[in-house]
Design a protein around this ligand. Structure first.
Ligand code: DGL
Length: 255
């Protein structure tokens, strides 16, 4: 392994682009491969075993393409497959999880909404997190799969998007919501619209920055941080080979 090797970032589709954007800001000298598994998306409605297998297969592909570290930029795949992937592969494999901790620690009272996929909310990783905080605060868990297809179809701030936001959140609109946790990387593209949606103007939190900072620390400790001055490379792969997704990923990346 050497410093010039790639950082692999993957998701079921376009959501992980939100993490890639953060990584490009914090680690601009690194080379990246982004893998969007649009052929198998969405992950949130599959079984845990299916998503675990997909996660392992994608890690294998990324390692064959010379990745020195992998970021599973998908809360669902992290819940289903990160543990097993870490037992199989000997490069750093990072994941993302709903940022409930910062939501609790940075707000004093009020309800906390966690938006994620069904699987993320049901799996052990989130359950453990929820159990830590459930006595302290009212935590409202909302599985929101329609947000995933909405982003994949590029509805970010139009009437269609507003109707789906109403569908999930209307009843909380005027409530005392102090934080909204975006527990799915797709939802991060809704950050501004969600902030403005609630009367209480809640703190909107996600786990991307924490994960990228962690990646930086790990690469530093392993002496794998690329501090070269050559322009960094970015390869974008989508498993469906459909140009629509390549265009979508690029659109979201440069948004
Ligand atoms: N971006 C995803 C996540 O963070 C997965 C969405 C899906 O494919 O259902 O959970």
């Amino acid at each position: 392994m050497n410093k010039d090797d790639f950082i692999g970032v993957f998701d079921s589709g376009a959501g992980g682009i939100s993490l890639l954007k953060e990584a490009l800001k914090i680690l601009p000298n690194e080379n990246y491969i982004y893998y969007g598994d649009s052929k198998n998306a969405p992950y949130g409605i599959k079984t845990k075993d299916e998503v675990e297998n997909l996660t392992i297969k994608i890690c294998e592909k990324l390692i064959k393409k010379n990745c020195k570290a992998i970021v599973i930029a998908c809360n669902t795949a992290t819940s289903a497959g990160a543990k097993k992937a870490r037992t199989i592969f000997n490069i750093p494999i990072l994941g993302v999880e709903p940022a409930l901790k910062p939501a609790v620690e940075n707000t004093e009272n009020g309800k906390i909404i966690v938006l994620a996929t069904d699987m993320t909310l049901k799996e052990e990783k989130f359950k453990n997190l929820y159990n830590i905080y459930k006595e302290d605060r009212e935590i409202i868990k909302i599985p929101a799969p329609k947000f995933v297809s909405m982003i994949e179809q590029k509805h970010l701030d139009d009437v269609y998007a507003k109707n789906i936001i109403d569908f999930y959140l209307k009843k909380y609109k005027d409530d005392n919501i102090s934080a909204v946790v975006l527990g799915c990387t797709h939802f991060i593209f809704l950050k501004d619209i969600l902030f403005n949606y609630f009367k209480s103007k809640p703190l909107i939190v996600d786990g991307n920055l924490g994960t990228v900072n962690n990646l930086k620390r790990i690469l530093e400790n392993k002496d794998l941080l690329n501090s070269g001055i050559k322009e960094s490379k970015l390869e974008i792969i989508n498993s469906s080979n459909d140009d629509y997704f390549d265009d979508l990923y690029k659109y979201l990346l440069y948004l």
